[in-house]
Ligand binder design. Structure first.
Ligand code: SAH
Ligand code: SF4
Length: 440
């Protein structure tokens, strides 16, 4: 991906499918806990101070992948799969079945103190304490949007941070996680890549985002139901950690989330796409162009992996899994949002089993692109539907806390001049429709 480094900007994606019937603004969060969102959010985004771990200040170790305790020599538990913990224990002469017992404590009982794992002998507990830690990425910030979206900013060391976003909808609570710090794909409309790739996250940091968020919202009686790899970074540029984390999140000995509730979104790294099918999780592809010319302009990766090959690979995924692909399509004013573009897009995807997710561009400084008007967005959506496509329009969420598509960044501070005055949160735009299940 190095040849892409010179290019430019990047970001991330977060938005929610609007419920087809668009019935109520009430989120699961609000329903389950009246104090969680609606009250907190009556005016502006609320910032909550989270307790910080004692080790959080030591951030300067070059060797450590994670930002927490730089003195730590123990293995992070959240990096383990059942198999790798068994192997790890074996090297210390321990029985294999202990791994299963420990996994049950951690993911089923949420016990992360060896002293409380009473089916392990006292000696073993003492030994394990010296070998394994349960540290999670410390939370630097926790923001809650007026629309119920929650953003978590995590410390990942060396002054870097990553973001994960909880997106409530009628019947689900989706966590959007980051897979890298920055991104090298240089999509021209995207904010994350402005920071370029700093490093890829570890399995522990990906699973850690999930467990940390679950622990926080769990205190309010809530449970994450879905996970999407649509945060910072290109998941297929970090496949070993991403699929390792998926193993932990999917497996019955781990988080135990159904494969259908896990979505990997890619800009189209064809050589790694078969792994999404092998893992039997959902595939989303950032299409963002109706032909090679426009796609190569907005997504340089298209020069390396052009549309024909990308769509062939999508068909291969469908043949292997029987699952439709979600095609994400960002509407950029004058570039991808015209009626004839809708026609070309639907033609292009005619024989690809997929649903299209239309995402109105989220503006950020210096992108050189504009967000189309609501009328243009709706006309585009209608045209796709009239042409027989299965298409969904995403309601942009979390813009007031910079948690929307293309607004995630590795830096804690935002550009001073970022204009969110046209935020549509809570507004009347973009309510939608169409057949098919929401994909994320
Ligand atoms: N790297 C992966 C996943 C993260 S990006 C990928 O590209 O698929 C997730 C989504 O955010 C992509 O579909 C991308 O097209 C979208 N996106 C990026 N910047 C955006 C912006 N400024 N406005 C709206 N969507 C954006
Ligand atoms: Fe942004 Fe995804 Fe492109 Fe990376 S691959 S620059 S995260 S849209």
């Amino acid at each position: 991906m190095d040849e892409l480094n010179g290019a430019a900007i990047s970001s991330t994606e977060l938005a929610t499918q609007v419920n087809q019937s668009a019935k109520s603004e009430t989120t699961d969060l609000e329903k389950n806990d009246p104090q969680s969102t609606s009250q907190l959010n009556s005016q502006n985004a609320v910032e909550k101070a989270e307790p910080q771990s004692a080790s959080q200040n030591s951030l300067a170790n070059e060797q450590k992948p994670a930002g927490y305790n730089v003195e730590e020599t123990r293995q992070n538990f959240y990096s383990f799969t059942l198999e790798s913990l068994e192997a790890f224990l074996k090297t210390y002469g321990k029985e294999k079945f202990r791994a299963q017992q420990i996994f049950k404590w951690v993911y089923e009982q949420r016990v992360t103190d060896f002293d409380q794992m009473l089916n392990l002998s006292k000696d073993l507990r003492a030994e394990l304490k010296n070998l394994i830690t349960f540290e999670l990425p410390p939370i630097l910030k926790h923001l809650i949007s007026v629309d119920g979206t929650q953003k978590f900013l995590f410390d990942v060391g060396q002054g870097n941070s990553i973001e994960a976003v909880v997106i409530p909808s009628d019947d689900r609570l989706t966590l959007c996680v980051s897979s890298e710090i920055g991104c090298n794909m240089a999509c021209q409309f995207c904010f994350t890549g402005k920071q370029k790739l700093k490093r890829r996250l570890t399995i522990a940091e990906i699973v850690g985002q999930f467990m940390q968020v679950q622990d926080v919202i769990g205190k309010k009686g809530l449970r994450l139901s879905n996970i999407v790899f649509m945060g910072m970074g290109e998941p297929l540029d970090n496949p070993d950690a991403v699929f390792g984390a998926i193993d932990v999140i999917h497996s019955p000995w781990g988080v135990n989330l159904s494969r259908k509730k896990i979505t990997v979104s890619t800009s189209g790294l064809i050589p790694e796409m078969y792994r999404v099918a092998q893992a039997k999780v959902r595939l989303a592809v950032s299409l963002n162009g109706y032909d090679d010319e426009v796609r190569s302009k907005v997504m340089p990766i298209n020069k390396k992996y052009p549309l024909k090959d990308l769509l062939d690979e999508c068909r291969r995924y469908y043949r292997a899994t029987g699952d439709k692909i979600t095609m994400e399509y960002v509407l950029l004013k004058g570039v991808t949002d015209q009626i004839e573009h809708a026609r070309k897009l639907v033609d292009l995807l005619r024989d690809v089993p997929c649903k299209i997710n239309i995402i109105p561009f989220n503006e950020h400084p210096g992108s050189g692109f504009e967000r189309p008007s609501d009328e243009t967005v709706q006309a585009f959506h209608k045209k796709c539907m009239d042409l027989g496509a299965q298409v969904l329009l995403r309601r942009t969420m979390g813009r007031d806390i910079y948690a929307a598509c293309g607004q995630l960044t590795t830096k804690v501070d935002r550009p001073e001049n970022m204009d969110i005055s046209n935020s549509k949160i809570g507004g009347t735009n973009v309510r939608s429709f169409s057949g098919g299940q929401p994909s994320v």
